[in-house]
Design a protein around this ligand. Sequence first.
Ligand code: KG4
Ligand code: ZN
Length: 355
Amino acid sequence: MTTILAIETSCDETAAAVIADGSLIHSNIVASQIDLHAQYGGIFPEVASRAHAESISAVVGQAMTEAAITYADLDAIAVTQGPGLVGSLLVGINFAKGLALATERPLLGINHLEGHVYSLWLAPNFVEVEFPVLVAIISGGHSELVLMQGHGHYQRIGGTIDDAAGEAFDKVGRILGLPFPGGPAIERAARTGAIDAYDFPRAKTDGAYDLSFSGLKTAVMRAATVQPSARRRGKRERGAEKRSPLRDEVNINDVAAAFQDAVSDALVTSACRAARDFKANAVYLAGGVSANQMLREKLRAKLGLPVCFPPLYLCTDNAAMIGAAAHFRYRAGHRSPLDFEARASWRLSEDVYAD
Ligand code: KG4
Ligand code: ZN
C-alpha cells in the first residue's frame, strides 16, 4: 500500500489529504477562503496567500490526525506545483519541501489539472473505462479538453481561447448581483428561470474543439443591464469595477437559466465532437463547473457513451485529487528535486513533467 500526504494551495482553498493507493481517502481537509474573498467579488491574490500561510500548518495537522497516521507511515509527500497563483502555490510548496526534508520522504510536485483528472479515480462508483477517454477540465481558471491515452499520457486537443467557463459563471453572477462564486448561485437561480427567455450566443471558434465565453458574458451584460451612454462610459471605466444597474424588467432567474443553457450547450457540443472524432470510450468531467447538474444531464443525454463525474465535494479544489494523481506518478517513478519552482501557467500535455 502506498500512502501519500498531499497539499493543495493553488487558489483560494488551503487543503491537505492523506490518500492510500490513489483511491482511498483517509482524510480530506479543505479550509475555504470564500468568505474572505466574497467582498471583492473574486479572488484577491495577496489575501489568498496570507490566508494560506495562516492555516496551512493546522490543515496539514488535521489531515494527519484524521488519517490517524504518523509521518513515518508516509511513502511520499505531494504538493500542487502549478498552475495557479504563485504567492499561494509557494505557501504549499515551501511547507511541503520543509516536511519532505524533515521526514526524509520523497517529494512530488503535481500539476493541478492532472489532480482534477484523478478526482475521478476517487469517485466511490468509478469504473475505469479502457483508454482513450476524453477529459473535460472545467473550472474557474481552466476549460480544457484533453485526450487521456493512458495514466499520465495526455494530448491537449482544445480549450477556451478567452474566459474559463467558471470565470464566466463568476462574472455573470457578479453582473446579476449574485453572491461569489457565481456557479452555485446561478445554478440555484436558474432552477426557477425560463431557458428560452433569452437567446444567448453559442460561440463559434476557429479551432474545432475550442471554446469561447467572453462574448456570452458581454451578451448577458447587454441584455440584463442598463448600458451607460457613450459619454458616461469613459467615466465608468476609470471608476473601477462598478456594477452596472440591472434593467427594471430583468428577471434574474431567467437570465441565469438562459446563460447556464448556453454554457452547457457550448461545452457539450465540443466534448461530444471531440469524443467522437478521437474515438474516446468515455467522457470524464472534472473541475468546479462539473458540479453543474444541467451540464451533467445534457452531456448524458447527448453523448451516447459512458460519462463520469467526481462526487460534488471533489469537483472544486481539494488535496485528495492531488494525492490520487501523485499515486500514479509515484508508481511510475516520478520524484521532484527539492528546489523545484512554482509554475503560474502549466498545460497538461504528453511531456507535462519533462522540464
Ligand atoms: O475547480 P475550482 O474549485 O477552482 C479552479 O481550479 O478554478 O472551480 C471553481 C469554479 C468557480 O468559477 C465556480 O463558480 C464554479 O467552479 N462552480 C460552478 C458550480 N460550482 C462551482 N459552476 C457551475 N455550476 C456549479 N454548480
Ligand atoms: Zn481547480
